[in-house]
Design a protein around this ligand. Structure first.
Ligand code: PHE
Length: 452
């Protein structure tokens, strides 16, 4: 299979970009509240097992699909089949749909982060501190503001993606990731010195399996795919830029390991605050915004720390968004020969249209609910608990059954490593049998849960 693209400038550049795409609001904003609503420990354990046992194999599969074909999702799938109308193309189309809708939903939350960033920016100028719970409520009630912030985010991402992946992403991530990591470690030590820390650690790491429900399984799978950025074609696009020498399993392993680490770190920052009883935080999308700023209000130069935190958080959201938009843009470029700039503009407009509903869900459209879920929560549940797992299952089956065995084996196996052949066997078994079985099992369990 020929390779038509230029690779990443450096191998570390690729790693940073792939890690940058995986690391985002999923880790810091979504992970804590999903863990909270699933009652902690057992769910966290399930999550770690799920990332390593299911997410990692699918991630490697996606990267490989991109790397071996040198193409983005739909074209990559086309290349694996001789038939131009192959049913497998639906896997690519579904992943594309997922990337567009998830980007719309992601932009709304990125807009919230932008809002807090701006508040922390003006706070030192105004010389006053603010009550973040009140601030959050005000934002929720103001649909136009949310829509405005959402569009600012979409336009920013669009502009950067239009300039091309490599230049756009490499520069950003290299600077902000290490700063954010250090800042998170610092916040964790602050948070762990609060009186709620022991209960928080027990909550996070003591597994009480009775707390799991039928719906926990699909939630853990959906979150795994979301946080690793798989099932949306984003990693296929990244893989297609991967240089020949970079081993895909190693890249997948690094991304998954770091993703788990950062998610746990986020939990260790947020839950001690919750258990210290200083805030009445709701376990839902507001959790991050109602807890972390509290740490800043208790420390010297808090507003500056707050600003740095939200700046880093916004940067990760921005970089993760590149991956989401890149998935659809690279499809337009590869498949229909669009110019990059034009493709980014078109997709930006499409995403904006889809983002209107979730950004108005807590204000103008707050009465539109389904089974008690607001529009935003509905987006979340439908996309992450249903579309993503189905699309990920499709990718497993495609890589497991459609890619030529020998090519895949050659790509996976590294003769210098002792266990490489066994690992290959395990990986292939997971893609062909285990992961699809678990995913469909979890979806059936969810159906029963909805019915009962
Ligand atoms: N994984 C990102 C996060 O955790 C979200 C994302 C999904 C980014 C898909 C790119 C592609 O926030």
């Amino acid at each position: 299979m020929n390779r038509v693209r230029s690779g990443w400038a450096t191998r570390s550049g690729f790693y940073m970009a792939a890690i940058g795409s995986a690391f985002g609001l999923g880790n810091l904003w979504r992970f804590p509240f999903v863990v909270g609503s699933n009652e902690g420990g057992a769910f966290v354990l399930l999550f770690v097992l799920c990332v390593l046992g299911v997410g990692l194999p699918v991630l490697v599969g996606e990267l490989m699909l991109g790397k071996l074909t040198g193409q983005s999702a739909v074209n990559a799938i086309q290349k694996t089949s001789k038939d131009r109308k192959s049913h497998w193309l639906w896997v690519g189309r579904l992943s594309l749909l997922a990337s567009v809708l998830i980007f719309a939903y992601y932009s709304v939350i990125s807009g919230w982060v932008l809002y807090f960033l701006m508040q922390f920016l003006v706070a030192p100028i105004k010389g006053e501190s603010f009550d973040t719970a009140v601030l959050f409520k005000r934002l929720m009630e103001n649909g136009h503001l949310q829509l405005g912030l959402t569009s600012v985010h979409i336009v920013l991402v669009m502009t950067i993606v239009a300039k091309g992946v490599r230049e756009g992403i490499e520069k950003w991530v290299k600077v902000t990731m290490p700063i954010f990591f250090v800042l998170l470690l610092f916040l964790m030590t602050k948070s762990l010195s609060l009186p709620g820390s022991e209960r928080a650690i027990r909550f996070l790491f003591y597994p009480d399996f009775e707390k799991l429900t039928l719906t926990s399984f699909v939630q853990v799978l959906g979150h795994t795919f979301f946080t690793l950025s798989v099932g949306m074609g984003a990693m296929v696009a990244f893989g297609s830029y991967l240089q020949k020498e970079t081993p895909t399993p190693r890249a997948g392993f690094m991304v998954s390991g770091l993703d788990i680490l950062i998610s746990l770190l986020a939990g260790l920052v947020i839950f001690p605050i919750v258990f210290s009883g200083t805030v009445e935080a709701e376990v839902g999308p507001s959790l991050l915004f109602e807890t972390v700023p509290l740490l800043f209000s208790q420390m010297g130069l808090g507003n500056y720390f707050g600003f740095t935190f939200f700046l880093c958080l916004y940067t990760t959201a921005l970089v993760a968004s590149f991956g989401l938009l890149e998935a659809s843009v690279s499809n337009l470029v590869d498949r229909y020969n669009f110019q990059r700039g034009r493709a980014s503009q078109i997709m930006g407009v499409v995403v904006f249209i889809f983002a209107i509903l979730p950004s108005l869900s807590s204000s103008v459209l707050q009465n539109v609910t389904f089974q008690g879920l607001s529009l935003l929560k509905m987006f979340d549940a439908l996309l992450i608990n249903w579309i993503l797992p189905i699309s990920a299952a499709g990718i497993c089956l495609l890589v497991g059954y459609k890619l030529p065995e020998k090519t895949v084996r050659d790509e996976f196996v590294d003769e210098r490593l002792v266990d490489s052949h066994q690992l290959y066997g395990l990986w292939r078994f997971t893609l062909r049998w285990l992961a699809p079985f678990l995913i469909f099992g979890a979806l059936v369990a969810e159906l029963f849960d909805i019915k009962s």
